[in-house]
Ligand binder design. Structure first.
Ligand code: OXD
Length: 309
């Protein structure tokens, strides 16, 4: 009986050490050093190689290391009938909100400019953008988007939110569906994408959408890299329709070394940390699910595969 950690592009060590500390006798294998595939009962994963899980005949659960599971569900060769679980951890939405508020305030207070000026020892003032003068638009009003909208509205920003279905949030002007998207965009100077990734939202951050934002708008993507059409972002930054972007998620992660976003003066890149899973906080729920999977008991946070979450 063994638990397999399958992770590509990130380090497995923090996970393995926390799993071992929590359950010292656990047989942990780290992909690609799998050993006998028939001994693997449980896989803990983030961005596995497609087709990998069908090699494990005795697999009883595939557990995502994060809240999202689309990195698992996009595999066309998933073994049939193996349940999938996700992480539910209360500190993760809070972490996302802190990230979003940090980026919005950095933008309004010209933080990047002052860092640059400090390096050049320049004492030059730029008038801050006051919260009451800024229209923030949040796309996706699920738990994360809804909480972020409320917090930003408490800080005094003019917050609007757009969602597929109508939502009511205190202090936030809400819009829904395709019919109201243009009106929402026209209000928006800082656009925050917190949408789920679905066939309807893939590539939604594109040239056409950027053109409908206020001129010089700023874009924050903390949802998924596939929401953004990368060439369209570069174009909108070049024309000045967008003044900048802060990106925490990318189509390919880690972001390839030669990717133009790394060195772009108007793009801030962070390595998918807006709502990072802290291994120590979530290992207990993973080990609990490991035992439940072995004994055939109902799993915690099992995903409805048809709905995708
Ligand atoms: C997650 C994420 O899904 O960090 O947990 O994106």
């Amino acid at each position: 009986m063994a638990l397999l950690v399958v992770i590509t592009g990130y380090q497995a060590t923090p996970w393995v050490s926390k799993l071992q500390a929590f359950e010292p006798k656990l047989d942990i294998r780290v992909w690609p050093e799998v050993g006998d595939p028939d001994e693997i009962d449980f896989a803990l994963t983030w961005r596995h190689p497609m087709g990998e899980f069908k090699k494990y005949r005795n697999l009883k659960c595939i557990a995502s290391m994060g809240a999202g599971v689309e990195h698992i569900l996009c595999d066309p060769d998933l073994p049939h009938g193996v349940p999938i679980t996700r992480i539910v951890e209360p500190s993760m939405p809070q972490s996302m909100i802190e990230y979003v508020v940090m980026v919005v305030l950095n933008y309004c207070r010209h933080y990047d400019l002052y860092r640059k000026q400090q390096i050049e020892q320049q004492w030059l003032l730029k008038i801050p953008i006051l919260a009451r003068n800024v229209g923030i638009g949040i796309m996706g009003l699920g738990q994360l988007g809804g909480d972020a909208a409320e917090k930003l509205s408490h800080l005094g920003f003019q917050v609007a939110g757009w969602n597929r279905t109508p939502k009511i949030i205190n202090g936030v002007k809400t819009f829904s569906g395709d019919d109201q998207l243009n009106e929402f965009l026209a209000h928006t100077r800082i656009l925050i994408c917190l949408l789920p990734l679905t066939p309807g939202t893939k590539d939604i951050l594109n040239r056409d959408l950027f053109d409908k934002l206020q001129p010089g708008a700023y874009v924050i993507n903390v949802a998924r890299g596939e929401h953004l059409v990368e060439q369209d972002l570069l174009y909108a930054l070049e024309t000045g329709q967008l003044s900048g972007a802060c990106l925490d998620v990318f189509r390919t992660e880690p972001l390839p070394k030669d990717h133009p976003f790394w060195r772009h003066p108007k793009i801030v890149v962070t390595p998918h940390i807006s709502s990072l899973t802290i291994p120590a906080a979530v290992v207990p729920q993973i080990i609990e699910n490991y035992h439940r999977a072995l004994s055939g008991n109902p799993l915690l946070n099992e995903v409805d595969i048809r709905r995708g979450y």
